[in-house]
Design a binder for this molecule. Structure first.
Ligand SMILES: [Zn+2]
Length: 239
């Protein structure tokens, strides 16, 4: 019989209370996909897990596999990815990344690339701020899901620059004749090309401006579009 005990490394995505003393932790594991597990006694001051099972914690775990919920048996810290107290940008950016991964990851479906992207992004967030850190992560997530927007020619007719609109429902940027969706500035288009074209660090160095906000708005909308479409697909399969 297979052992119900297994080891894995994970990032804590979120936690919620279970009864008086316990907590459920939602984990993005390296090898087992998204896992929900009970951490018993974690809310007592004498807890053996201490503060190791908070959102953004990067931990090595020993877990018992359960029918619905697994049980955390041991947890040790791999590294500190959580923000320093009072670093609000770091906290906000980190939580936005956790939420995106929480929505994208499927339960018990191994997705090592998603785990690796999250750890990498949380390390980036720990080192640098900037308005494009989270949007860039969204674009990278979408690209890894096979949803890479077309940014070099009009998705409708194939014309090159100038591309003046962006519509994720169409698959990317559009020319003046075919435009739909939201207006796209030349600066935002250039930044999106940098992010998805291997010049991420140059893009992250860009100071905040209306253009970086525009890129953030396109990224958020594109991620929402992808999640909604996937939810609809799941609903169709479950009918
Ligand atoms: Zn066109």
């Amino acid at each position: 019989m297979a052992s119900p005990l297994y080891r894995d490394t994970a990032v804590v995505l979120r936690t919620y209370r279970l009864g008086e003393a316990d907590r459920i932790v939602v984990l993005m594991t390296e090898h087992h996909g998204k896992v929900r597990a009970v951490a018993k006694g974690v809310r007592k001051t004498t807890s053996k897990f201490g503060a190791r099972l908070e959102p953004m914690s990067h931990v090595r775990l020993l877990l018992y596999q359960g029918r619905e919920l697994d049980i955390v048996s041991q947890a040790e810290s791999v590294e500190t990815l959580a923000p320093l107290v009072g670093d609000l940008d770091h906290l906000t950016h980190g939580l936005a990344m956790l939420e995106a991964v929480d929505q994208l990851a499927l339960e018990r479906e191994p997705s090592p690339h998603l785990y690796k992207m999250l750890v990498g992004a949380l390390r980036t967030v720990a080192q640098r701020s900037g308005t494009l850190v989270v949007p860039a992560f969204y674009w990278k997530l979408l690209a890894s899901e096979g949803v890479r927007p077309e940014l070099h020619e009009c998705v409708h007719c194939g014309e090159g620059d100038p591309l003046v609109a962006f519509d994720m429902a169409q698959g990317g940027a559009l020319c003046r004749t075919c435009r739909s969706g939201a207006p796209l500035s030349a600066g935002a288009l250039e930044l999106m090309r940098m992010i998805l074209g291997g010049r991420l660090n140059d893009a992250l160095d860009t100071p905040a401006s209306p253009v970086t906000h525009e890129v953030a708005a396109h990224a958020t909308k594109a991620l929402e579009h992808h999640l909604e479409r996937r939810l609809r697909t799941v609903a169709i399969f479950e009918r």
